[in-house]
Design a protein around this ligand. Structure first.
Ligand code: NAD
Ligand code: ZN
Ligand code: ZN
Length: 368
């Protein structure tokens, strides 16, 4: 049954998001309709509204949500009405060499469902009946969304929607970068550049992995206080125009073993790379503008065996990693309650984006 729903849209680049009534069509083959309970506001949503992540408007935002299945399309197995689910924003064909090799974030077909469902069509229309694109196969910053089952993971219904939603991006991206991408060793030294929703999860991932020292770096003092709560042992205030790598090297006796860039800047990626000790690993998690680039001193690659790499969605396999993250939460190791600084109604979405931009929140979550 088609439904009308309020949704958060980017109508025009570089303008505040708007809340509109849309219609959501019934699920087709392999899809289900979800009544959303909560959706986190990620910097990547903001990046879609300013062209950093190119997804042309009109676009229904949201890729970090949890909700309940209310309608099931043809051929769907493994999902039933009443199931609780978390969204996953990667396209995985299941057949290419990367999917087959257990690395679905690298799926060769990934570009296919950037702003549509995997079959290239949409179930969403605005009040005038015009189709509206969706963020990365999801578009879940809305009361209802029709989503392909490959973009959903079933979860324990005892976990509240607002906490569960965070696993759909920030948690899996941050903790996954530590566990899956970097495979951080116990006792090692970790530096985290940028302590927003993603960076704070790198911090807590490093804590859970048993890192000995965790240095949090942010331009905002309040974020450093938050980082301490998530497990940072040391903090460093980033000052504009100042190279943090020198202070970091001094602080850690030669540089951290791992550095994570969680802001989205080539310059900061270079700083992260410069700061690591010989044999170290710098991981770029932040998403920079398409034209941005970074550079390394070439000689350091052979002589110091340093590595610069990236991490997309924590190199996760959603069906394995989402339940794993939630298991860490129910086991008391992963902090999710503390990650939500503020909850918003859907009408307050423009405020939620403004608060993200001003750095007020660890994570802001919209409740439906
Ligand atoms: N790789 C992935 O799969 C993936 C997934 C989700 C988000 N992201 C990206 O990760 C980045 C962070 O996302 P978020 O939601 O945590 O954002 P956020 O806005 O919550 O956090 C960014 C943090 O960086 C800090 N910062 C800004 N400039 C800085 C500087 N020069 N030095 C130190 N700190 C600085 C801010 O104060 C803020 O605390 C974004 O680029 C986002 O697009 C990547
Ligand atoms: Zn995200
Ligand atoms: Zn694939």
């Amino acid at each position: 049954m088609p439904r009308t729903a309020k949704a958060v849209l980017c109508r025009e680049l570089n303008k505040p998001v708007v809340v509109e009534e849309i219609s959501v069509d019934s699920p087709k083959r392999g899809e289900v309709m979800v009544k959303l309970g909560a959706c986190g506001v990620c910097h990547s949503d903001l990046s879609a509204t300013n062209g950093t992540i190119p997804m042309p408007p009109p676009l229904i935002l949201g890729h970090e949500a949890a909700g309940e299945v209310v309608e099931v399309g043809e051929g769907v197995t493994g999902f039933a009405v009443g199931d609780h689910v978390v969204s996953s924003f990667i396209y995985m064909c299941g057949k290419c060499r990367f999917c087959a090799g257990g690395r679905p974030v690298l799926c060769i077909e990934q570009g296919k469902a950037l702003t549509t469902l995997p079959d290239g069509t949409l179930r969403t229309r605005d009040a005038r009946g015009n189709p509206v694109s969706i963020f990365s196969g999801c578009g879940v910053m809305a009361e209802y969304a029709t989503v392909h089952t490959d973009n959903l993971v079933k979860i324990d219904p005892k976990i509240p929607f607002d906490r569960a939603a965070l696993v759909g991006c920030a948690v899996t991206t941050g903790v996954g970068a530590v566990f899956n991408t970097a495979k951080v060793m116990p006792g090692s030294t970790v530096a985290v550049f940028g302590c927003g929703g993603v960076g704070l999860n790198v911090v807590q991932g490093a804590r859970i992995a048993g890192a000995g020292r965790i240095v949090a770096i942010d331009a905002n003092e309040a974020k450093l206080e938050m980082a301490r709560r998530f497990g940072a042992t040391d903090v460093l205030l980033a000052k504009p125009g100042e190279d943090a790598s020198k202070a970091l090297k001094k602080m850690t006796g030669g540089g951290p073993d791992y550095a994570f860039e969680c802001v989205g800047s080539g310059e900061l990626a270079a700083t992260a790379y410069r700061s690591i000790i010989r044999g170290g690993l710098a991981v770029v998690v932040g998403v920079a503008k398409p034209g941005d680039s970074t550079s390394v001193r070439t000689m350091t690659l052979p002589f110091e065996e340093k590595t610069l790499t990236g991490s997309y969605f924590g190199s996760c396999v959603p069906r394995i990693d989402f339940p794993r993250m939630l298991g860490l939460y129910t086991g008391g190791k992963l902090l999710l309650d503390e990650l939500i600084t503020r909850r918003y109604s859907i009408e307050e979405a423009p405020q939620a984006f403004a608060d993200l931009e001003s750095g007020r929140n660890a994570r802001g979550v919209i409740l439906f």
